[in-house]
Design a protein around this ligand. Sequence first.
Ligand code: ZN
Length: 241
Amino acid sequence: MSNDSSASPSSSSSSPAPSNSDSGSTPSAFERWRRKVMLVTGLGVTHEERMQDLQQLQIRRCEQTKKELMDTSPLVIFLLRHLRLSGCQVPESNIYCGACDTQALLRGHPGAHAGGYIPEIQSIKLCGGMFFSKQHQESTIAHELIHMYDQCKFKVDWSNLRHHACSEIRANNLSGDCRYTRELRRGFFSFSKQHQVCVRRRAIESVSNNPVCPDRATAERVVNEVWDSCFSDTRPFDEVY
Ligand SMILES: [Zn+2]
């Protein structure tokens, strides 16, 4: 295998065998193929390397689905259009897939988010590998786009719990996060006022996680205080999607 002198003409000539390149250049086709075989068979690679490879795959899939949704999902297209109309253009690269602390997410409450809005850089991070369906990824993007819309339109102060609570109520109400089948999957079987119960619970969870929120009781109180006006505020939708 090492006598393939015609391979990778652009690689440095110092190392005829396709070992791990020390020159800092990109790996040859042979090296990439060899790694692929090792990762698939599990031979010669550590557990960490396999996990890393899996993570890269999940991120690539997440990016692919994101592109599809940005091009085809009526919900995502609608929100992007209204952001644009409000003066906030969202380049595709501002919605990106990355690795998240999935253990923390899995350990946490069943309604844990698989994405997050980062106001400082006007970006949405999606957690590769955390989506159980395309629709789940769609509602996660929509949820974060509603936070982005609120920031764009109403200049939300995220350290003000009333502001945060209002945006969470709207994001959970309008994104499809609280669709009934999604709730079943999370293990919640209460039938009465299912949608509102879900929106309220998830809003309280998110506000509780705000660093300036002292305790869950405060989060509950604040969500209740702003509930009526924020639950009925369905902008930019005319009614619940
Ligand atoms: Zn949120």
